[in-house]
Design a protein around this ligand. Structure first.
Ligand SMILES: *Cc1c(COP(=O)(O)O)cnc(C)c1O
Length: 367
């Protein structure tokens, strides 16, 4: 196969040992062997989520499936909820809530800005009786990092009944996140970004306060029912056939994360972000986000550059996959990821491909 480098913020490339683990014979899911693999995976996920107090659940679904499962398991018809949106993924929470018949309060930030705790405080005061408040740890569409600690503190202080629900699909195992220390009731994620797994597994860390709500919540749910997932944990099983291949790969990826140490994973991501930003400064490309996360660098494209065509050319001619902008940012930015198994050499290849196409017209300087 010709060169194929993923610089996209999910899916991210797989370490070779993860690919190898997925090439093993399929285990039956109701066996001791699979039970041990599953238990190991959940234990290591607790380490990554930085929680002792929460129960970790796993489901065969993508990140959005876990977002939907949080809505279905935590809320009842007529419940009030708030979404503090910082980009396309905040908007997705709004769409999911609406599709379940709820009318969330939406606090929106200008794209590129992080969630403002003061703005949140005002909204919490103006909207009493909230059952849950939804955040992104990092919004992948804008490359923004939200300061979850003060945001969660504001919810606890002003609306102690409201659960703090965090989408950490792109932030987990890339940026510092402390489920227990920051008082996060639910943190959810997917396998294909910082976790260095193949796409297709969802995880959620569900705390005690959230479990009480899960018991009484009335929105419809079946496949996504967290109660059946928790019940099956006693037998080290999932309610339905899990993606055993993906679990084998994820267990291996978690072994690598454990060996590196989660703090070192955060430091590595941050170092690669610094490396990309130094290159961008040299060639004269500007950061899109005012409050940038380390998971990815979103760069504004100079006037007259068609971002979509640029990315397509680079993929076709060089086998390098770079992400463009979503929704209103389509064609206007590029996003270069730093999470998971992406290396400095991968980034160098991406930078060379961009310079080769942008420098001749003077859109960028040569580094
Ligand atoms: C990738 C991502 C998701 C989920 O995407 P899926 O394609 O459903 O896995 C959700 N939230 C954020 C912040 C993401 O980056």
């Amino acid at each position: 196969m010709k060169r194929y480098i993923l610089l996209t913020p999910g899916p991210t490339p797989l370490p070779p040992s993860v690919s190898q683990a997925m090439a093993q014979p399929i285990l039956h899911h109701r066996t001791k062997e699979f039970g041990a693999l599953f238990e190991y995976t959940l234990e290591q996920m607790k380490y990554v989520f930085r929680t002792q107090a929460s129960t970790v659940l796993m489901c065969t679904t993508s990140g959005t499936g876990m977002m939907e499962s949080a809505v279905a398991n935590l809320l009842s018809p007529g419940d009030k909820a708030l979404v503090h949106a910082t980009g396309a993924f905040g908007d997705r929470f709004v769409k999911i809530l609406r599709s379940y018949g709820l009318s969330p309060v939406v606090v929106s930030e200008t794209w590129g800005h992080a969630a403002d705790p003061e703005k949140l405080r005002r909204a919490l005061k103006d909207n009493p009786g909230l059952k849950a408040v939804f955040f992104q740890h990092t919004d992948t569409s804008t490359g923004v990092l939200n300061a979850l600690e003060p945001l969660a503190r504001a919810v606890r202080e002003l609306q102690p009944e409201a659960l703090v629900v965090v989408d950490a699909v792109s932030g987990l195992a890339a940026e510092r996140l402390e489920t227990d220390a920051w008082g996060l009731d639910v943190v959810l994620t997917g396998s294909q970004k910082g976790l260095m797994g193949a796409p297709g597994l969802g995880f959620a860390a569900v705390g005690q306060r959230a479990w009480a709500r899960v018991e009484e919540a009335k929105l419809p749910r079946f496949y996504f029912d967290w109660r059946s997932m928790r019940k099956s944990l006693d037998k080290k099983e999932t309610p339905y056939t899990p993606a055993v291949t993906l679990v084998a790969g994820q267990a291996e990826a978690l072994k690598l994360i454990r060996a590196e140490g989660i703090e070192n994973v955060w430091a590595r991501t941050s170092r690669l972000a610094g490396y990309t930003r130094a290159w961008a400064a040299k060639v004269g490309l500007q950061l899109f986000a005012r409050d940038p996360a380390a998971i990815l660098t979103a760069l504004k494209l100079p006037e007259g550059v068609d971002g979509d065509a640029l990315i397509k050319d680079i993929l076709r001619e060089e086998g390098i996959s770079i992400a463009g902008g979503q929704l209103q940012l389509k064609g206007k930015i590029i996003r270069i990821a730093h999470m998971g198994f992406i290396s400095q050499a991968d980034l160098d290849a991406g930078f060379a491909a961009l310079e080769k196409r942008l420098a001749p017209s003077g859109a960028v300087r040569s580094a």
